[in-house]
Design a protein around this ligand. Structure first.
Ligand code: NAP
Length: 261
């Protein structure tokens, strides 16, 4: 769908400073969406905004700061007058290692970033999203369903986020809520896995992550971001409550065709 600037869709996207989020921001801007972009790294956000051919509101803040995120949602609504999609993409790996040994404070932080922050933002945005019959995309992972040793905090918090999306889909019929599992994507998060987690993981999991670059198993952040952008603006209503797999070739081709359209 093409939009004139006046009725351009508005998307609030977290974790926009790099990786999949930056890819999604570029794809959304190219399709004419106005953007409210949130992450902690102000310089990276400013640099990204400078290259985007659209109206952008920046929020250099931590998603776990409830007051600041609520204020940011209000600012976006004041500035743009509507909200069509909320994309909860910001996420962290959390503590990795044997669950019996991982640090509880780091677990709490993972729960705050990966579960409570998307919950808070979703609640702040729901009124506007009901009005626009908009979408919430919770960026999850295959690890929400597939257990991985040494990834207890990541698996558990993303599983919680995935169930939250399913519950919201039942409770909020006016809003399309779904989860996106991007697949394995060539970002800082995968680098961190190879550097810190994989060398200590039991086999075959450690080798799986370490071999991904050599085997060409990593998707680009632009490709994953494009699929995410398509979901934010185009996901069919009947997909509400589903986990959408970013590695699905058909879905990727659909997003690519949309980007060219
Ligand atoms: P990334 O390159 O590490 O980027 C993470 C983004 O989240 C950054 O923009 C970061 O910005 C932001 N962020 C992290 N903590 C934040 C906080 N407390 N407050 C505000 N922003 C915060 O990761 P990615 O690979 O693009 O991951 C994006 C999403 O995809 C995550 O939810 C991840 O779990 C999911 N995912 C990734 C993969 C993969 O293979 N890469 C696979 C499955 C799922 P600042 O540091 O500037 O705050």
């Amino acid at each position: 769908m093409n939009h004139s600037p006046k009725n351009s869709p508005v998307v609030l996207l977290t974790g926009a400073s790099r990786g999949i989020g930056a890819g999604a921001a570029r794809a959304l801007a190219a399709r004419g969406a106005k953007l409210a972009l949130l992450a902690r790294s102000e310089e990276a956000l400013k640099a990204l905004a400078g290259e985007l051919p659209t109206e952008v509101l920046l929020g250099a803040l931590d998603v776990t700061d409830q007051e600041a995120t609520a204020r940011f949602v209000r600012q976006a609504l004041e500035r743009f007058g509507r909200l069509d999609a909320l994309v909860n993409n910001a996420g962290i790996l959390g503590p990795t290692g044997p669950t019996a040994e991982t640090d509880l404070a780091e677990w709490r932080r993972a729960v705050e970033v990966n579960l409570l922050a998307p919950l808070t933002l979703t609640r702040c945005a729901l009124g506007a999203l009901r009005e626009s019959r908009g979408r919430v995309i919770q960026v999850s992972t295959g690890a929400a369903v597939q257990p991985l040793p040494h990834f207890g905090a990541y698996c558990a918090t993303k599983a919680g986020l995935t169930q939250l999306a399913r519950v919201l889909a039942l409770e909020e019929p006016a809003v399309t809520t779904l989860c996106f599992s991007p697949g394995v994507v060539d970002t800082g998060m995968q680098e961190k896995i190879r550097r810190e987690a994989a060398p200590r993981m039991p086999e075959p999991w450690g080798r799986f992550f370490l071999d991904l670059p050599r085997q060409g198993g990593l998707q680009s952040p632009e490709s994953a971001g494009l699929t995410l952008a398509w979901l934010a603006l185009e996901a069919p209503r009947e997909w509400s409550g589903q986990m959408v797999d970013g590695a699905d070739e058909k879905l990727r081709r659909q997003a690519e065709a949309w980007a060219c359209g």
